[in-house]
Design a binder for this molecule. Structure first.
Ligand SMILES: Cc1ncc(COP(=O)(O)O)c(C=O)c1O
Length: 367
């Protein structure tokens, strides 16, 4: 270990994105859209680069036009958002880190409920922030008694919730939402709506009306812009100002800002594919529920979470973890990448052809 490094870094591992994937793998492990931008939208973006982006100039560090356009989109689900309610990040990952910098470093802990999005914990650890994990019940709800006790016994500054959750795909229920609403105003409630477009349920009205709430969203999923790394936060102006203070000055390249603006301008046609995703979700959920070896959970997102049933464990003659790993690696050999996480398998929905192949490959292991 280099002598000038923080000793606690020795316990951390660099985030492992999957290695370059040889064609023709079906990439159903990162919840992206399976469909690239349409050629005419890409062409208009390329044209914009050619005509209007000066490569020698820094990007718009205030994200003025983009904030305005995002506020318009957000207002479609909860009226009244303005540019002053929006902060833009290099992916919502950057906003998670900015939130931790603005709230918890040297100032308290964060609360998460696993299985959930791993970056809250990973980023907190890199910043030396304590993570309190209250876990979930068998149906992936939050045990509110345990969570309440954790809040009372620790100096929790932030509660991170995904709505709907990744990897388990369930949205927050009314009891959980009411519990979050009654938290004291010295605890920040972060609602990560990365999969909002698939669930069509948002808590953005709370983030506009409550000083201790913020909603995070991303262009990486339904908007098909994962390559461009654009996320945004919706909150009251005081919190937005704090996020603006701690971020890097030119955090979002001009081309990414243009891509998000272009996607918003074409949102009706881009989001029309959600209908196919919802249909595919239904078909995959029905098929999985017909497999005696598998227990799937209902999904409000663009992925489905499942584990082995008791029958599946008996059929494979393996423990749950070993059996899931066996399925994961067999599918990988067959050309289908899914995610083995949080003690279950998370299968992103792909194109209809990819989903057919996933079912066929799964059939060879558990059929
Ligand atoms: C719940 C959740 N939040 C945030 C992100 C990160 O999104 P971005 O690509 O905007 O950094 C993801 C990505 O998988 C996610 O699942």
């Amino acid at each position: 270990m280099l002598p000038f490094l923080r000793p606690d870094l020795a316990n951390l591992k660099a985030y492992q994105p999957h290695p370059p994937i040889p064609e023709p793998y079906d990439q159903l492990d990162t919840n992206e859209s399976p469909i690239d931008l349409p050629a005419d939208v890409k062409a208009s973006l390329a044209n914009h680069y050619q005509q209007s982006i000066a490569a020698n100039r820094y990007p718009d560090g205030g994200h003025g036009a983009l904030k305005q356009a995002i506020a318009g989109y957000v207002s479609e689900s909860a009226g009244g958002a303005t540019a002053a309610n929006i902060s833009v990040g290099n992916g919502s990952d950057e906003l998670i880190r900015s939130l931790l910098i603005a709230t918890a470093i040297n100032n308290g802990a964060i609360l998460v409920a696993s299985p959930t999005f791993s970056m809250y914990g990973i980023l907190a650890q890199t910043l030396g922030v304590q993570v309190i994990d209250v876990g979930r019940t068998d149906d992936f709800c939050i045990n509110l008694d345990i969570a309440q006790t954790a809040i009372e016994n620790n100096s929790v500054r932030v509660v991170f919730m995904v709505h709907p959750n990744s990897p388990t795909a369930n949205g927050l229920n009314m009891g959980e939402i009411e519990w979050l609403r009654q938290l004291p105003n010295d605890v920040l409630v972060v609602i990560d709506e990365a999969y909002f477009e698939f669930s069509q349920h948002t808590l953005v009205a709370d983030s506009l009306s409550r000083s201790n709430w913020v909603v995070l969203r991303t262009f990486s999923k339904a908007f098909r812009l994962a390559a461009h790394r654009v996320g945004y936060a919706v909150a009251q102006p005081d919190l937005i100002e704090a996020l603006e203070k701690v971020r890097l000055p030119y955090n979002l390249p001009s081309f990414s800002q243009a891509a998000a603006l272009t996607a918003l301008a074409h949102r009706t046609s881009l989001l029309a594919t959600l209908e196919t995703t919802v249909k595919e979700r239904q078909q995959m959920a029905t098929w999985l529920s017909e497999q005696p070896a598998i227990t799937p959970w209902p999904s409000a997102a663009n992925f489905i979470y499942c584990r082995l049933s008791n029958k599946g464990i008996a059929q494979l003659g393996m423990e749950q973890a070993e059996g899931l790993h066996h399925i994961f690696s067999t599918l990988r050999q067959q050309g289908t990448l899914i995610r083995y996480t949080g003690g279950g398998l998370r299968i992103s929905l792909g194109t209809p052809e990819e989903n057919d192949r996933t079912r066929a490959n799964l059939q060879t292991v558990i059929g």
